[in-house]
Structures are given as structure tokens and as C-alpha cells.
Design a protein around this ligand. Structure first.
Ligand SMILES: Nc1ncnc2c1ncn2[C@@H]1O[C@H](COP(=O)(O)OP(=O)(O)O)[C@@H](O)[C@H]1O
Ligand SMILES: O=P(O)(O)OC[C@H]1O[C@](O)(COP(=O)(O)O)[C@@H](O)[C@@H]1O
Length: 314
């Protein structure tokens, strides 16, 4: 039997996530670190980590640089994740995540990342083109490092589209605004990214759904909006379902959005309904938010919490 086509994740700006836990964070004061951990991070990489745990064949494509890049590669190898990461000059960023135990809030300090030149971008595009041809779904996620033009995701989406491959885009700012011009199959903005994209603020779910429909009218098939502790909203051409998560003790929300994207991929691959997909994506994000550092949900954990998600149809 022919093996299933792999999912390709693209991470052009990977990161080593350094998560520090502080009892009570004092802005402008001396903060003693109680616990610390480092995890391979960056949006596509986190999606690949979840998909591997979901027993989906995945290849993490991207760029990396220097010592930290090698640490990320080694971590992926240990997790059994195939990766194709082209070496860039310089050093991979370290993104600092501060978890305040007293408020249960995570504050993120993300570095800009290494500088990328045109030659490297052309080299990456050629690799992407050859890998895309054999992919089931392609996930493009995260910020673009300095030197990468903001329309780069758009060109990658166009390449995938020309080969009939579905794409999911998880980016913000200009990279998202220009990326959606190529009408990816799905996007996963959080509510702040969506508001910034559309230049609107939403006072009700109905208002948000009406705004999301404008994106669907532009050819995007699915829009998944994450709303932190409030849950998420999944909109297709014909349906809109809000998922409210079950109560958890949030530990580190880093990677929660990426876990939703991975569950979205899993739902598409398994032909799940919009309602089921809303459950899967919400359960995945919620479980990851209850784990330390950039640790992610497992298939077993998600399957056992699907029924705890509350759905509301609009
Ligand atoms: N404080 C929280 N309590 C419960 N679930 C949470 C919390 N924060 C995040 N989540 C879960 O993680 C998902 C993604 O979180 P969100 O912060 O919106 O994503 P992103 O990190 O992409 O901005 C949410 O839809 C929810 O299921
Ligand atoms: O590329 P950006 O936008 O700086 O984001 C990278 C960061 O986002 C993460 O991928 C986590 O994203 P989510 O919390 O949205 O799932 C981290 O691993 C990484 O440090």
C-alpha cells in the first residue's frame, strides 16, 4: 500500500523557548527563577510535535541557525520528527516565556530572529516546491525573520495551490494580511490578530462571525479564531460553532494555539465534521495550556476530553 502523504510544516523563524516560572512577577524588580525549561519552539515546529503524538506522518521544514538551531534539530530527532531545516547564518533566537504563578499568566518576549538573504529564500523556495508536491496538507506558521519579505507566505501558498495542496496559515500582521490574498484553505488567528487584520473590534459573537464571513467570501474555507480562556470559534461557508473549554489550571499557554492548528490538520485528514473539528481543536489547545513550557497535548489526552468541550451553534 502507498504510504499516506506527509503533512509539511513550515517554520522560517524557529525558536528555543525558554520558560521561567516566578512565584510573583515584579515588574522593574528582582525576580528569582523557581523553575526553568527549554523546548524546541516556533509555530510549525509545535504543530509537528503534536502531529507526531497524533501518529501523523510529518516533516518539519524550515530554517535554522547556529548552536541553538542544532539544539532544536536534536530535540526534534529525539522526538522522532523528520525535519528538513536549511542552515542560515547567525544564531536561532531564544524566546523567553515568563510564567507568573500568582496570576497564572504567561508573558512572552520573542526575539526577531536571524537575518535571511535572498539567496537563502530562493534555496528554501526550491526545497518547498519539491516537498509540497508530495504533501497532504501544508502548515505555514509564525513570524518572518528579518530579511524575509512580508509577502513570502503568499508566494508559498500560491506554489502549494498550483499543486492542488491545501494550506493552513497561522501568522499575524502583514504576513497574515498578505498571506490571505492567496486564499489559504484555513487560517487560525487569535481574536487580537483578527481584530488587527480587519481593523474592527468585536462586541459580540455575531459581530465576529459577520466579520469572519468576509474572509470566507474571499475564498478561505475555514477560519478558526482562538480566544484564550474564552475558547474558540470555527467558521465554514455554512456553519459557525463556538467551543468553550473545560476548566483547567493554566500552566503555560505557549503552544496552545499551535496545538489547535495540529488538531485542525488531524480533523481535515480524518474528514471530521465542523462540530467534531471544533471539539478536537478546543480540547487540544486547552490541554496544552495546562502543561509546563512548550509541552503539547497527546492523542490520548485529547480523545478523553472531547466530550468535556461545550459547543454553541450560531
Ligand atoms: N487560560 C486558559 N484557560 C483555558 N484554556 C485556555 C487558556 N488559554 C488558552 N487556552 C486554550 O488554548 C486555546 C488557544 O489559546 P490562545 O491564547 O487563543 O492562542 P494563541 O496562543 O494562538 O494566541 C484556547 O482556545 C483555549 O482552548
Ligand atoms: O514566530 P512568533 O510569532 O514570534 O511566535 C513564536 C512563538 O510562538 C510559539 O510557536 C507558540 O505559539 P502559540 O502559543 O500561538 O501556540 C512559540 O513556540 C514561539 O516562541
Amino acid at each position: 500500500m502507498k504510504p499516506a502523504a506527509p503533512v509539511i510544516t513550515v517554520t522560517l523563524n524557529p525558536a528555543l523557548d525558554k520558560t521561567v516560572t516566578i512565584e510573583q512577577f515584579e515588574y522593574g524588580g528582582l525576580n528569582r527563577i523557581k523553575e526553568m525549561r527549554t523546548d524546541a519552539g516556533g509555530k510549525g515546529i509545535n504543530v509537528a510535535k503534536v502531529l507526531k503524538l497524533f501518529e501523523v506522518d510529518v516533516n518539519a521544514l524550515g530554517l535554522k541557525a547556529g548552536y541553538q538551531g542544532q539544539v532544536i534539530r536534536d530535540q526534534l530527532e529525539k522526538l522522532g520528527i523528520d525535519s528538513t531545516m536549511i542552515e542560515a547564518p547567525g544564531e536561532t533566537r531564544v524566546n523567553l516565556k515568563i510564567v507568573d504563578e500568582s496570576t497564572k499568566q504567561t508573558t512572552e518576549l520573542n526575539e526577531p530572529g536571524f537575518m535571511v538573504d535572498t539567496d537563502l529564500l530562493e534555496q528554501f523556495q526550491a526545497v518547498f516546491k519539491s516537498k509540497a508536491a508530495e504533501a497532504s496538507i501544508i502548515v505555514l506558521g509564525g513570524s518572518l525573520s528579518p530579511g524575509i519579505p512580508p509577502n513570502y507566505y503568499r508566494s508559498l501558498i500560491e506554489i502549494a495551490r498550483a499543486q492542488g495542496i491545501r494550506t493552513i496559515l497561522d501568522a499575524d500582521g502583514e504576513a497574515l494580511a498578505l498571506g490571505i490574498e492567496a486564499a489559504p484553505f484555513a487560517i487560525k488567528p487569535n481574536v487580537h490578530e483578527l481584530e488587527a487584520l480587519l481593523g474592527e473590534t468585536f462586541d459580540s459573537m455575531e459581530q465576529m462571525i459577520a466579520a469572519v464571513r468576509k474572509l470566507i467570501d474571499r475564498g478561505i474555507e475555514y477560519v478558526l479564531v482562538s480566544m484564550g480562556a474564552e475558547g474558540s470559534l470555527l467558521v465554514s461557508k455554512t456553519e459557525a460553532v463556538k467551543a468553550s473549554p473545560f476548566p483547567i489550571m493554566p500552566v503555560s499557554t505557549v503552544g496552545a494555539g499551535d496545538s489547535m492548528v495540529a488538531a485542525l490538520v488531524y480533523s481535515f485528514l480524518n474528514g471530521k465534521s465542523v462540530e467534531e473539528t471544533a471539539r478536537w481543536t478546543s480540547a487540544a489547545g486547552t490541554i496544552t495550556a495546562s502543561k509546563p513550557g512548550t509541552q503539547v497535548c497527546t492523542l490520548h489526552e485529547v480523545m478523553h476530553s472531547l466530550q468535556l468541550v461545550t459547543l454553541t451553534h450560531y
